[in-house]
Design a protein around this ligand. Structure first.
Ligand code: AMP
Length: 225
């Protein structure tokens, strides 16, 4: 199997996280999800003014590039060379500065950014997906108030758990900020990666299975190159 570095690019609620779970199962990728890593270090101060990871996350603001690049560099160093060879980046890069940092890291590890999947979806769709989403606290299965209820009210379909939680940044105020950060700072990455010829667009307004099929056909093409 060829080595492959794939970036998942897209607005909050576009489905990157769900598809990355499929890709781990279907293709044996390893994943670096910057948001997931940050959620475990909420108390750490990361700005000169002492603002913490948790404060920035809850406000829907991006963390400084230097902090993120450090974090990704150290995650890469933790992986075996085998795991590092087939890797998904979920939620990174999110600025042009981070994209430039990522090419430096790719060089360092003798890899390329081979493919960037741009999950295209309108803000109106992500609004419903995000404001309605919640998870089983025990097994992590995702539900939604608007279109994905547990079969038995209040009981997780997968594990029978009865406790659920929502992300602290899945509220209207933080989401507005996350979307504006996305359009202003991450949007320019579309042109950045178009110019290097690795960008492919995925219509992320479709259902999970259709998105999954689209990605499979892009990846099969890539594996044959
Ligand atoms: P996510 O789980 O990808 O939706 O990310 C949740 C939050 O983590 C974002 O709203 C940011 O506050 C922070 N974050 C995640 N990835 C990055 C990144 N690449 N650069 C800066 N901040 C990030």
């Amino acid at each position: 199997m060829r080595s492959l570095w794939v970036v998942l690019l897209g607005a909050p609620g576009c489905g990157k996280g769900t598809q990355s779970e499929f890709l781990v199962n279907d293709y044996g990728f390893s994943v670096i999800s910057v948001g997931d890593i940050l959620r475990t270090s909420r108390g750490t101060p990361v700005t000169e003014r002492g603002r913490t990871v948790g404060e920035l996350l809850d406000a829907g603001e991006l963390l400084p590039d230097a902090v993120i690049l450090n974090l990704v560099g150290s995650e890469l160093n933790k992986l075996s060379s085998e795991k590092r060879a087939r890797l998904l980046f979920d939620g990174f890069p999110r600025t042009v500065g981070q994209a430039e940092g990522l090419s430096g890291l790719a060089n360092e590890f003798d890899q390329d950014v081979d493919l960037v999947l741009n999950f295209a979806v309108g803000d109106d769709i992500v609004l419903g997906r995000i404001l309605g989403r919640y998870k089983c606290s025990n097994c992590g299965k995702v539900f939604n108030d608007f279109f994905l209820h547990p079969v038995v009210d209040g009981v997780c379909d997968s594990c029978g758990g009865r406790k659920f939680n929502r992300r602290t940044d899945d509220n209207e105020v933080a989401l507005k900020k996350r979307l504006s950060e996305y359009h202003e700072k991450t949007g320019p990455l579309v042109d950045h990666y178009l110019s290097t010829g690795v960008l492919r667009v995925v219509d992320a307004s479709l259902g999970l299975d259709d998105v999954r099929r689209t990605i499979h056909s892009i990846l099969s093409e890539k594996e044959r190159e």
